[in-house]
Design a protein around this ligand. Sequence first.
Ligand SMILES: *Cc1c(COP(=O)(O)O)cnc(C)c1O
Length: 443
Amino acid sequence: MSGGPGLPQERRLVTAVPGPESQARLARKQSLVADGVGNALPVFVAEAGGGVLVDVDGNSLIDLASGIAVTTVGNAAPAVVRRVHEQVDAFTHTCFMVTPYDGYVDVCAELADLTPGGHAKKSALFNSGAEAVENAVKIARVATGRDAVGVFDHAYHGRTNLTMAMTAKNMPYKHGFGPFAGEVYRAPLSYPFRDGLSGDEAAARAVDVLDKQVGADNLACVVIEPILGEGGFVVPAPGFLPALASWCRERGVVFIADEIQSGFCRTGDWFACDHEDVVPDLVTTAKGMAGGLPLAAVTGRAELMDSVHAGGLGGTYGGNPVACAAALGAIEEMRTHDLPARARAVGERIRGHLEKLRAEHPVVADIRGRGAMMAIELCVPGTTEPDAARAAAVNAACHRAGVVTLTCGTWGNVFRFLPPLATTDDLLDEAFAVVAEAFTATA
Ligand SMILES: *Cc1c(COP(=O)(O)O)cnc(C)c1O
């Protein structure tokens, strides 16, 4: 078996989804894997590549999820596979803190080059997004000598103790898992569909909370997703992020952009902050950066990054050589195929399909996103009342028809579309025809 872009790029259903082979494996999974680890779509994957996932029953599904914005370059992308093979043959681990190797430093060089801003930058590498966010906060606290962390409504930053505190949504991320880390304060976000505020008005509202309820002098950092991920792909009104960043700069608060979901070409530029020329002090990255292998980073102003004493940052596996090789392969794919441009084209194509959908189905209340990070919010027609039941019904219908869709949002009423950028226009058109049929069938 071999995946990658050589797989036939087609939707092909040979059984029900999930089929009998997947169902047999699911029973085994249920006896061995903790129930807390759920599945959006319980098909077992045998191979994947380009824009499709092939399951153990032989069904070929169109992927609109990319394993949650991870396989941006396509699953088993050629440069990722080649570099991983080379690295696995050479060595698999040393622990960078014991004996260093080039791949780690090469990834840091790419991050210094690609992340927003022309200032001197340094990076530290980790295993997961949550670990990167935790470390960004550690760095900001040491650098400022302050404790408080400002976060936003609808935020998602991970599942560890500190990042659960920073995440907004109770179910399923926080429920029963407290007590949570202290000194985390939540401010209102800019959510144009729901608040109707301009970027400046929404920033003033957020700054008022941070200034009056926390106090700038107590704030180590403000952490924000420049486009929300799990919280519903909300794009803040123009001007919101720049106003927030400049307030932070004036008050000595470290401005941290969590680009774990939005970074690495997804939004049609290398980073979502680039769209408004926002230059964060620190950036957290993970997901799309390594083509599916676990790798995360904090990148930022050299003097900030260097405020931490030797040994204060790191971890056994952080910047594992195989994961670094995968990241270098993924970045090679992004550059070679100009994936920021591809993301913009994919986004335009998806937006066209979504406009048609909204014209026919008034439950589609908002279309938003950037590049290949697009979403629709479903509400009871004529209101802003979330319609999560309809989203769940449409989602299930898409899955049965062989299209891997994902929902998100605080109320579970948002569809997010995250196709691999290695997908084809034909696959996208077919996938959105299936989505449209699912809306009609569930009307
Ligand atoms: C996924 C995500 C995280 C957490 O990353 P993990 O690798 O799952 O720990 C943090 N922030 C954002 C914005 C994310 O989308």
